[in-house]
Design a protein around this ligand. Structure first.
Ligand code: SF4
Ligand code: SF4
Length: 74
């Protein structure tokens, strides 16, 4: 976990989808969604979350504060 996409702001540009190292992003119902269980916040792959870095709409790929932050395996 735990990035999420604010569906009402997503323009479905698809920029984020191929960048996710965990294939956690897919199109659903006209916007893109992140499968929370697959999102590792890009830890171990990149220095910053690739979806948030690539998204052209500010504050659209954001941390889902309702879920615990990802903890890398020790
Ligand atoms: S933060 Fe990284 S792992 Fe999580 S959905 Fe975005 S690109 Fe995928
Ligand atoms: S990069 Fe942003 S606007 Fe584009 S599909 Fe992903 S969440 Fe939506």
């Amino acid at each position: 976990m735990p990035f999420k996409i604010i569906a009402s702001q997503c323009t479905s540009c698809s920029a984020c989808e191929p960048l996710c190292p965990n294939v956690a992003i897919s199109e659903k119902g006209g916007s893109f969604v992140i499968e929370a269980a697959k999102c590792t916040e890009c830890v171990g792959h990149f220095d910053e979350p690739q979806c948030a870095a690539a998204c052209p709409v500010d504050n659209t790929c954001v941390v889902d504060t309702s879920l615990p932050r990802y903890q890398a395996p020790a």
